[in-house]
Design a protein around this ligand. Structure first.
Ligand code: ADE
Length: 227
């Protein structure tokens, strides 16, 4: 997968790329590139945003700035992009990221993520240059960068070979393998800590019973939120 992130803070992604599973993905030929709006802005002094028409607080990312950045990166009129690749604007009001969306995005060969700041995007960007808006939850962040990292984290770990054990990404919370339910509890050594003991079945070496127990726990957790 080639993921391009358009942002005012490309250096934030330097840290993101140091995570083990992101490093693994990059080593396998996947990419996470950043494009800085300021390097292609047609405006003076690196300007990228402006006050909203009609008044109000905050600044809005300009459509001409976005067009210049997309045009420079892809060499086409950006109105053509939505028919060629998924172009995602990170916004608090978009489709909320879940396991199904992460799986869907992990199947894409190319992804474009657009990060807004402050009051967000000029609406014409959303109307003409993007395929969808994605949110990481119904709260407002100062910008889309952290949201883009969350999306990429969830997506990259689904790519084959990126996690140490591919099985980890298959049978996990909300996956089809667990029928969308939360994952079962895990335990490791010591088997007894302060009298808090690990369930016997997990120490039994009986794989079918372990499996059965895990599925039952997972179903139980689907009954409602955990304390
Ligand atoms: N930008 C600001 N808030 C956001 C959110 N909750 N999800 C995605 N992008 C955002």
């Amino acid at each position: 997968m080639n993921a391009d992130v358009f942002t005012l803070f490309p250096q934030w992604f330097d840290w993101f790329r140091t995570q083990r599973h992101v490093e693994n993905a990059l080593a396998q030929g996947h990419s996470v590139d950043t494009v800085d709006f300021r390097s292609s802005t047609p405006l003076n002094w690196g300007q990228v945003d402006d006050a909203p028409f009609g008044g109000g607080a905050g600044m809005v990312l300009r459509v001409d700035v976005m067009e210049a950045a997309l045009r420079e990166r892809y060499g086409v009129d950006p109105v053509e992009l939505p028919s060629r690749r998924r172009v995602i604007a990170l916004t608090p009001i978009g489709r909320v990221l879940d396991d199904a969306l992460a799986t869907e995005l992990a199947a894409e060969p190319e992804l474009t993520l657009l990060c807004g700041r402050y009051e967000g995007f000029d609406e014409r960007i959303l109307e003409h240059f993007v395929t969808e808006q994605v949110s990481i939850g119904r709260y407002v962040l100062a910008g889309g960068e952290l949201a883009a990292m969350v999306v990429l984290d969830a997506v990259l770990r689904k790519l084959p070979g990126v996690l140490g054990d591919d099985h980890s990404a298959i049978e996990e919370s909300f996956s089809d393998a667990l029928e969308g339910a939360p994952e079962y509890p895990h335990y490791t050594r010591p088997a007894d800590w302060r009298g808090w003991v690990v369930p016997d079945v997990l120490l039994s070496g009986h794989h079918a019973r372990v499996d059965e127990w895990r599925r039952e726990q997972s179903r139980k957790r689907a009954g409602g939120p955990l304390p």
